[in-house]
Write a protein that binds this ligand. Sequence first.
Ligand code: NAD
Length: 290
Amino acid sequence: MQIGFIGLGNMGGPMAANLAKAGHSVTGFDMADVSIEGVSLAKSAAEAAAGADVVITMLPNGDILRHVASEIIPAMTKGAAFVDCSTVDVDSARAVAQQAAEAGLLAVDAPVSGGIGGAAGGTLTFMAGGSEEAFAKAEPLFDIMGQKAVHCGDSGAGQAAKICNNMILGVTMIATCEAFALADKLGLDRQKMFDVVSTSSGYSWTMNAYCPAPGVGPQSPADNDYQPGFAADLMLKDLRLSQQAAGSADADTPMGKLAEALYSQFVDKEDGKGKDFSAMLPRFEKRGRS
Ligand code: NAD
């Protein structure tokens, strides 16, 4: 297949590399100066999208997605699929899918879970929204970049699933970090804390796969001075999306709301901007009870 890939950052870069490694012809574009193994680079998003069977976007947010979509949709061939893997609001996902449908394209919103490790290892989970036909066209590519793809429903359903998943993730990371900081103050060795919790009822992805304590558990951004990984400001974006969605759906999400407030404090008022979202641990370490 000829694939256009726009947004070659922490996630998009390794995802595009895996498609190229599997034998697809991948043309990429990113605003930043990047180099991805096996991927030829275009000078614009429209150039990367022209003539592609499938165009994949992996961008920071819904506004950027809408902007890029308006550039690439007119350049795409009728019948091609537009697969957006970014995490964005449901309204942006539906608006872009509608615009794509009007241009005779297939559209799938397919945000992912699994982090940079999953992107590099080809073990992401895709949660997809769109028609059966659009999902079927994208599915072979999901199989290369991931280990599981769930067709959640019509356009926007993938983003709805992602927002709920990441609300759990944000809440769980905070719980894991505050527990480590408490354990420190109680004199517990961090490795012992990991050995117990990772095999007890407190286990979670944030503890077992993405441990926020340096030198403990599998390799994670904590071992790289909290360079992202998954940036705290992207976590904040997702928590805001969950609270926006909870507001419009009249859902009571008190833990999600508190997680949003804590990440907002960390990113907007403290030193969390540009750090991985697991840098909540050094934040809690520095703090006392009041
Ligand atoms: P990133 O910032 O590393 O990558 C985004 C890329 O988009 C950057 O390279 C940037 O230069 C590029 N970009 C921005 N505007 C552009 C434009 N107009 N045209 C072309 N390129 C443009 O972010 P990331 O961590 O790769 O995340 C991408 C998306 O994936 C986000 O929506 C995020 O929420 C989601 N996500 C991230 C993770 C993670 O662990 N990092 C996990 C799941 C989902």
